[in-house]
Design a protein around this ligand. Structure first.
Ligand SMILES: Cc1cc2nc3c(=O)[nH]c(=O)nc-3n(C[C@H](O)[C@H](O)[C@H](O)COP(=O)(O)OP(=O)(O)OC[C@H]3O[C@@H](n4cnc5c(N)ncnc54)[C@H](O)[C@@H]3O)c2cc1C
Length: 387
């Protein structure tokens, strides 16, 4: 069998199939396997999350993912990782990271692939995949390969510089499978000049805030950048935000900003507004807000109505993003091979025996925090049991 793509999902599927005694060839056009694993999680690979559940995934039918996720769980992956002697820790929100470099994970998977008898061709371009007799013909830079089964694990379109292509979607469509609309996700949001002019002086500042869009919101860090807003809360929201929608930013969730500012005024004496705001938000933001409000005199002289207006703005700052940074920086791709056309237990195309799709190429996208890798491991594992 041939696995197209040597990322997290492809390597895992290949190892499983190899262990079952299948002859496995993995082909990838990139010079090295597992490049996204290597750079993931800030170089420490946030390899899974302890909170795996359907509501942490997006797609036309997120529940499709549950079969594979329940059969090969986060605990199963942790056991494998520990078996390979890789130390890990929980950071926050159930997110598990390696203690050391993410390259350990890539090295371990490549060792397991070799031990399972799998062959890896990197730096090998792929051409058409076509039905040939009972199996498939796969065009590669090293010649046409004949095979009984193909596992497509070529990922999404995110970060083309790292080798991402829409290849898997084209393979799916060429076999008559539907592909849902794709768009960049887990990606910074960008803003028009008038908003940017306000944000730019704060570039580099992170706030423990809440961003929301309609009923969906995330309480995590919000990072101001030269291009707009990033940070975990904003990346999470980007998977739900659509063009034209407004987002609301709460810079001090859980606090009563109006009460805090009025109390500060009552005991202020000669204190200034920026000082009172700095108890609610980081100092740079406090100074910027005070300057923006045009309030210079002692806090005791600032009218209560002005403080109330500022407090309301702190809790409910409305902004309209103009877009996202796109696939150039998106961590994942939303959309992909329509799950309606796949068997949830095996990842096999319902209408094409022997053709499988695993990982990010499928219309299943996880939240930030290890969910996407767990989907890659679990779906790869599921296909590897049968392909
Ligand atoms: C910067 C960054 C950080 C991330 N951090 C995390 C994290 O900490 N935790 C987490 O859960 N997720 C993280 N993700 C998301 C995660 O990396 C992906 O969800 C995951 O790698 C998907 O695995 P995959 O095997 O499906 O696809 P990929 O890992 O993208 O692998 C696809 C492979 O297919 C190859 N390929 C593509 N097109 C072709 C072609 N035409 N011919 C031949 N080969 C091809 C590629 O070279 C690649 O090796 C991160 C993503 C990015 C970009």
């Amino acid at each position: 069998m041939i696995v197209l793509g040597a990322g997290a999902a492809g390597l895992f599927a290949a190892i499983e199939a190899g262990r079952r005694g299948r002859r496995v060839l993995v082909v990838d056009h990139a010079a090295k396997a597992g490049e996204k694993i290597r750079i993931s999680g800030g170089g420490r690979c946030n390899f899974t999350n302890l909170g795996i559940a359907a509501d942490r995934f997006l797609g036309r039918n997120p529940r499709f993912a549950l079969s594979a996720l329940k059969r090969f769980t986060a605990r199963d992956f942790i056991a494998r990782l520990e078996g390979a002697g890789i130390a890990w820790h929980e950071k926050t929100l159930g997110q598990l990271f390696c203690d050391g470099a993410a390259t350990q994970v890539v090295d371990w998977l490549l060792r397991d692939l070799a031990a399972a008898g799998g062959v890896l061709w990197t730096g090998c371009a792929l051409g058409a995949v076509t039905a040939a007799g009972p199996g498939f013909a796969v065009e590669t830079a090293r010649g046409v390969q004949q095979t009984a089964a193909v596992i497509v694990a070529t990922g999404g379109k995110s970060i083309p510089k790292m080798g991402a292509t829409g290849f898997g979607y084209r393979v799916a469509e060429s076999f008559g499978l539907a592909v849902t609309e794709t768009r960049p996700a887990l990606v910074p949001l960008t803003f028009a000049e008038q908003d940017l002019a306000w944000m730019r002086p704060l570039a580099g500042v992170a706030v423990q805030g809440r961003v929301s869009c309609g009923k969906t919101g995330f309480n995590e860090a919000v990072l101001f950048t030269h291009r707009g807003l990033s940070g975990p809360a904003v990346l999470q929201l980007s998977s739900y935000w659509r063009e034209g929608q407004e987002i609301a930013l709460d810079l001090c969730p859980g606090l009563d900003a109006a009460a805090a500012l009025r109390a500060a005024k009552a005991r202020a004496g000669k204190g200034h507004l920026a000082g009172a705001l700095a108890r609610l938000v980081p100092e740079r933001v406090a100074r910027h807000l005070a300057e923006g409000a045009g309030v210079t005199g002692p806090l005791a002289e600032v009218p209560g109505a002005v403080l109330d207006r500022l407090a309301a703005g702190l809790h409910d700052w409305r902004l309209k993003p103009v877009g996202t940074e796109g696939y150039r920086t998106a961590e994942v791709t939303l959309g992909g091979v329509d799950t309606d056309g796949l068997d949830a237990r095996t990842m096999q195309a319902k209408a094409v025996a022997g053709l499988y799709f695993v990982g990010e190429v499928v219309d299943i996208t996880g939240w930030l925090g290890g969910y996407n890798f767990q989907w890659a491991w679990s779906s790869g594992w599921a296909a590897g049991q049968v392909a």
